[in-house]
Design a protein around this ligand. Structure first.
Ligand code: ADP
Length: 340
C-alpha cells in the first residue's frame, strides 16, 4: 500500500515526497491543486518561492527533526504557505504544505480594521482635545468664539458617537449572521415608516421622496421573514445615503417590484454625481468611501453599507448597486418573500 497515497487522500493539505536533491517524487491531488499539474519530477525550488530551502533541508537532515518555514507558490504569489518538512526513510523526506491564505487575509483584515477604527476615532478626539485646551487657556474668550468652538466640539463628539453606534451595529450583526431571523416583517409599512422618519431631513434639503409599488398584488402587504429593526436599519442607511449623495432638491424614488424566484426587490434610486464602475464592488467594504472628504462633511462613518450588506446576507438576500458617473444610482435590496 502506498503510504503517501493513503495519507494524501486523508488530508486536504498538500503532501509531497522529495529526495535529498529536492526533486518531487510523489504528490497527492491537493498538491496539484495548490502548485499546478507539473509537480512530480520537478524541483521543490521551482514550485515554491523560499530562498532558504537548501538551509532548511540541511538542518532537517542534520537534526533529524521536522523543520518549518513559510513560502509562496511560484504559480500564485497571493497565496501563503506554511511548510513542514521531515525525514521519511533512507533518502526521502515528506513535505506538508498548509495553505494559510485565508487565515493570513483574515488576520490582515483584522489588523487593518483596528488601524482604521483607531484612525477614525483619533481625528475627532484630537480636535476635541485641542478645543478643550484652547478654551482652558483662554478664560477671556469672546462669547461668539466660545459658541463657535462649542459647536465644533459638539459636532466632533457626535461624530465619535455615530462611529461607535455603527461599530456596535456591525459587530452585533456579524455575531449572529448565520441565524436567519424568523419574525414577519411587513415591508411596505416599514418603508413608509422609514420615509416618515427621514421626511424632516428631506424637507430641509428640498428632497422629494416618492414611493411606488409596482408589484402585481398591490392590495396585499409584502411580507418577508426577518428582524424588523435590522430591515429598518437597511432602509434608513440607504435612504440616508440617497439624501447625502444626491443633488439638492432632487427626487428620490423608492420602488417595490416582484423579483425572480419568489423574491421582493426594493429599489432606492437617486440622481447625483453617480459612482464610477471601479468603486462599486468595494462600496460595502468597511470604511471604503469614494470621496472621503465629502463623506466626512456629510457626517458619514464609512460603515453604513458594510452594515447593510451584513444584514442582507443574514436575511439570505442580495444587494445590487448600479450607477455610473452623472447617472442615476440604484441600490436594490432583494429579499425572499415569506412562504407561510
Ligand atoms: P458613508 O458613511 O461614507 O456614507 P457608506 O458605507 O454608507 O459610508 O457608503 C460608502 C460610500 O459609498 C460613500 O462614502 C459614498 O462614496 C458611496 N455612496 C453610498 N451611497 C451612495 C449614493 N446613493 N450615491 C453615490 N455614492 C454613494
Amino acid at each position: 500500500m502506498d503510504l503517501i497515497k493513503t495519507l494524501g487522500s486523508l488530508v486536504d493539505d498538500a503532501l509531497l515526497v522529495i529526495g535529498h536533491d529536492l526533486v518531487i517524487t510523489n504528490a497527492n491531488p491537493a498538491s496539484i491543486r495548490l502548485l499546478g499539474d507539473k509537480v512530480i519530477g520537478t524541483n521543490l525550488n521551482d514550485v515554491i518561492i523560499y530562498s532558504g530551502l537548501a538551509e532548511e533541508l540541511a538542518a532537517c537532515l542534520d537534526s533529524q527533526k521536522p523543520v518549518e518555514f513559510t513560502a509562496t507558490p511560484t504559480n500564485n504569489h497571493y497565496r501563503h504557505i506554511r511548510a513542514r518538512m521531515m525525514i521519511w526513510g533512507e533518502d526521502t523526506l515528506i513535505v506538508l504544505l498548509l495553505d494559510m491564505t485565508l487565515q493570513h487575509n483574515l488576520e490582515k483584515m483584522r489588523r487593518d480594521f483596528v488601524a482604521n477604527v483607531s484612525h477614525e476615532l483619533r481625528s475627532p478626539l484630537t480636535s476635541l482635545i485641542g478645543f478643550v485646551e484652547t478654551m482652558q487657556n483662554s478664560p477671556d474668550m469672546e462669547l461668539g468664539d466660545r459658541q463657535r468652538f462649542l459647536n465644533i466640539m459638539d459636532e466632533e463628539a457626535k461624530r465619535m458617537s455615530r462611529l461607535i453606534n455603527d461599530l456596535m451595529s456591525l459587530s452585533k450583526v456579524e455575531v449572529d449572521e448565520h441565524i436567519v431571523p424568523e419574525s414577519k416583517v411587513f415591508v411596505k409599512s416599514l418603508l413608509m415608516a422609514t420615509i416618515n422618519v427621514l421626511s424632516n431631513r428631506a424637507l430641509k434639503t428640498g428632497h422629494d421622496i416618492r414611493f411606488h409599488d409596482h408589484r402585481e398584488q398591490k392590495v396585499t402587504e409584502p411580507v418577508i421573514r426577518g428582524g424588523n429593526d435590522e430591515i429598518m436599519e437597511v432602509f434608513q442607511n440607504l435612504l440616508d445615503n440617497a439624501l447625502k449623495y444626491s443633488f439638492p432638491a432632487s427626487i428620490i424614488r423608492v420602488e417595490m417590484h416582484d423579483y425572480a424566484n419568489g423574491r421582493l426587490a426594493i429599489n432606492i434610486i437617486n440622481r447625483g454625481e453617480g459612482i464610477t464602475e471601479k468603486h462599486i464592488p468595494r462600496l460595502t467594504e468597511r470604511f471604503y468611501r469614494v470621496d472621503k472628504g465629502r463623506s466626512r462633511q456629510m457626517g458619514g462613518t464609512g460603515l453604513g453599507l458594510a452594515i447593510v450588506k451584513h444584514i442582507i446576507n443574514k436575511h439570505r438576500g442580495e444587494l445590487k448597486i448600479t450607477s455610473a458617473l452623472n447617472k442615476e444610482t440604484v441600490f436594490s435590496v432583494i429579499l425572499p418573500y415569506a412562504t407561510d
